[in-house]
Design a protein around this ligand. Structure first.
Ligand SMILES: NC(=O)c1ccc[n+]([C@@H]2O[C@H](COP(=O)([O-])OP(=O)(O)OC[C@H]3O[C@@H](n4cnc5c(N)ncnc54)[C@H](O)[C@@H]3O)[C@@H](O)[C@H]2O)c1
Length: 394
């Protein structure tokens, strides 16, 4: 990416643009505005009133084109437009040599993701993706300790996105259909927990999924359940729902050393993470689970609480957590952890899940090549009535 930075009295300052000035752009705006090393110098939206409103709120300039935005020496642009527009917008910014912080999902198909990757390879700019749940202190501790083996070897994981969206949520014309959203809640909502699952546990090998449309007026699923075999030998259950009144976002990892769990909704702090070490022999005996062990046996297995011992400053997962890290990385000329390439396994699992649910077969990650029908469309170009039949339980 471009390394030139403007300077202010406090040192280097990153010149930022925001493209797409709707709901989530405010989270980007607040994070940049609170960061003394960043300055929002341009705002752009297809709706000029939206750009003007954002510009007034964040004391910046409303632009009327990408060229106009580039003319303001923007070094990094947050792309906060609807998912179906991510590819065209990001490629255009890369062609102008501008780096991008791209909202999730990075693209709506693997084909589009690869187009962005090609444009990135040819550009002076880089692409980073918003997956803010990788960037809180809890996920950072979990990532490090799991990689070191300090929490034991993962054996089973449960990845839940149990949210509630009423029928009225689907009233906007672009919601509820493949054309407008590219995919259902597996792509739009569950992708956060799916990304965290793979970020912590590594690559996946196969997926067996069932998706169903139980209640909402959508072309795709409103609930889905998938079994995912991970490359490390663990099994993961990935469950997604928009019909769950008591909402939760949960990731639970059972390892040979204990259970690690994060239980939150749209963002966690350290208090939302817990670690249950292996029960000791005495507890197992008391529960009758291991009757061969005397009730007064010395405790074993629990060991030191490595999770508690790793605690540091609590940094909740949020746009601010990721954007602060990104600004520092860019100004220091370091790569940012959440690269476009690092999100490909997540997009592959989303794709594999739809392919499995629609085809009714086990899908292997290695099969999701450009030759796959699901590479270019998450519904695989399957006729609507066939998808409908697959997603209808009765
Ligand atoms: N990371 C998160 O937690 C999170 C949360 C919500 C939304 N998102 C993502 O953020 C993105 C935007 O979602 P939102 O809820 O803010 O949507 P939104 O509808 O509130 O805002 C989108 C804005 O983009 C503008 N726009 C549309 N096409 C454009 C184009 N080609 N160029 C410029 N502007 C354009 C629209 O006019 C609108 O103002 C989506 O990708 C969504 O998945 C992420």
């Amino acid at each position: 990416m471009s390394t030139s930075t403007s300077t202010s009295g406090t040192g280097q300052e990153l010149r930022v643009g925001v493209v797409g000035c709707g709901g989530i752009a405010r989270s980007h705006g607040r994070a940049y505005a609170a960061n003394p090393r960043a300055r929002i110098v341009a705002a752009l939206d297809v709706d000029p009133a939206a750009a003007k409103g954002f510009a007034e709120e964040f004391d910046t300039t409303a632009c009327d084109s990408l060229a106009d935005l580039a003319a303001r020496d923007v070094q990094l642009a947050s792309v906060c437009t609807p998912p179906g527009t991510h590819t065209a917008t990001t490629v255009a910014l890369l062609e102008l040599g501008i780096s991008v912080l791209l909202e999730k999902p990075p693209a709506i198909t693997l084909a589009e993701l690869d187009l962005i990757a090609e444009a990135e390879a040819a550009s002076a700019g880089s692409v980073h993706v918003v997956f803010q749940h990788r960037h809180g202190s809890g996920a950072k501790r979990a990532h490090r300790l799991l990689a070191e083996g300090a929490l034991g070897a993962p054996q089973f994981a449960v990845c839940e996105t149990l949210w509630y969206r009423p029928e009225s949520y689907f009233a906007p014309q672009w919601r509820g259909n493949w054309a407008g959203e590219g995919g259902g809640p597996t792509l739009g909502h569950a992708i956060h927990q799916i990304d965290l699952l793979l970020h912590l546990l590594g690559d996946w090998a196969t997926v067996d999924a069932k998706a169903a449309r139980i209640a909402r007026p959508v072309e795709f699923e409103d609930v889905a359940s998938a079994s995912v075999a991970l490359e490390n030998g663990a099994l993961a259950s990935v469950v997604t729902s928009l019909l769950s009144p008591r909402e939760v976002s949960r990731l639970r990892v059972d390892t040979t050393g204990g259970t690690l769990e994060v239980n939150h909704l749209y963002g966690y702090s350290d208090a939302d993470w817990s670690w249950f070490p292996l029960p000791d022999a005495r507890t197992l005996a008391a529960n009758g689970v291991d009757p061969g062990v005397a009730r007064d046996a010395a405790g074993e297995g629990a060991g030191t609480d490595v999770w508690r011992a790793s605690a540091g400053t609590d940094l909740p997962s949020s746009h601010t957590a990721q954007i602060d890290e990104l600004v520092d990385d860019v100004l220091a000329g370091r790569p940012h952890a959440t690269t476009l390439a690092s999100t490909r396994p997540t997009m592959e699992l989303v794709t594999g899940l739809y392919a499995s649910a629609i085809e009714g077969t086990t899908v292997a990650r290695r099969d999701l090549t450009p030759g796959s029908a699901f590479y270019g469309r998450l519904d695989g170009g399957t006729p609507a009535e066939r998808v409908s039949a697959r997603f209808t339980l009765r």
